[in-house]
Design a protein around this ligand. Sequence first.
Ligand SMILES: NC(=O)c1ccc[n+]([C@@H]2O[C@H](COP(=O)([O-])OP(=O)(O)OC[C@H]3O[C@@H](n4cnc5c(N)ncnc54)[C@H](OP(=O)(O)O)[C@@H]3O)[C@@H](O)[C@H]2O)c1
Length: 257
Amino acid sequence: MILVTGASGTLGGPLTRLLAEAGADVHGLSRRAREPEDGVTWHKGDLSTGEGIDAAVAGAETIVHCASDPFHTRRDVPAARLLIESARRQGAPHLIYISIVGVDKIPYSYYRTKYAVERLIEESGLPYTILRTTQFHTLPDMVLNVLTKIPGVIVLPKGLRDQPIDVGEVAERLAQLALAGGPARRADDMGGPEVLTAEEMARAYLRARGLRRPVRVPLPLFGKAIRGFRTGHHLTPGHAVGERTWRQFLDERHTRL
Ligand SMILES: NC(=O)c1ccc[n+]([C@@H]2O[C@H](COP(=O)([O-])OP(=O)(O)OC[C@H]3O[C@@H](n4cnc5c(N)ncnc54)[C@H](OP(=O)(O)O)[C@@H]3O)[C@@H](O)[C@H]2O)c1
């Protein structure tokens, strides 16, 4: 039995579908009550309060922890602690955690939280696997969608690059790790196929959407976190294992709209 937290999310959705297609007994955690669907048994539970967590964890041989609350960054650490304590009481299942490349090097508040959760898991005594990946395509797509809603020139920060990855490919890797059974501790990092500048990404986005807007990159941003991103600690060119490119993602997503 495999429990996926955050099973309703951008990553959790394709992951639960893949696991169900592979014939696993898949359970999903959500704060909302949901009807069983496509081979997934849903549990209503909240990692902020503990409501429903023991019942969801009961019987799990593997937990894939995808739930996260990036808008309330302090909540992920107590939520992970609660999940770990419940897992320890109930048979010590294999705990798989999805993290982000560079969380240990970039002092950005959400990354600090992710790194703190990684350390909790490493010290939990549970069998564990941590997979760090680069940003999913959906994240820069969402940011650029917001930027194009502001009229006029699209202004981008200077010197920023990204190595976006397809969320379906990350789901496939997590499904492999969950179905393989054994803990891998730190799995190899996973990055998208190409490192692109913010300007290249924005121009490709505008082309895919058929928008004509001037793009400028004069925005100098300061601070330790920005320095970390500018240095490229969030990139992993040595693990550019993703196949679907930013342009392929954009063409498929925006042609379908
Ligand atoms: N997005 C990226 O670029 C990226 C890159 C690398 C790694 N990651 C990591 O991948 C994971 C999933 O990201 P995502 O983009 O799929 O996130 P998402 O779409 O925002 O989904 C997050 C999920 O967390 C659940 N959740 C939030 N608070 C909860 C709580 N208190 N109790 C129970 N469930 C809770 C939500 O479920 P309900 O609303 O149904 O309760 C939601 O389905 C995160 O850990 C993220 O850090 C993301």
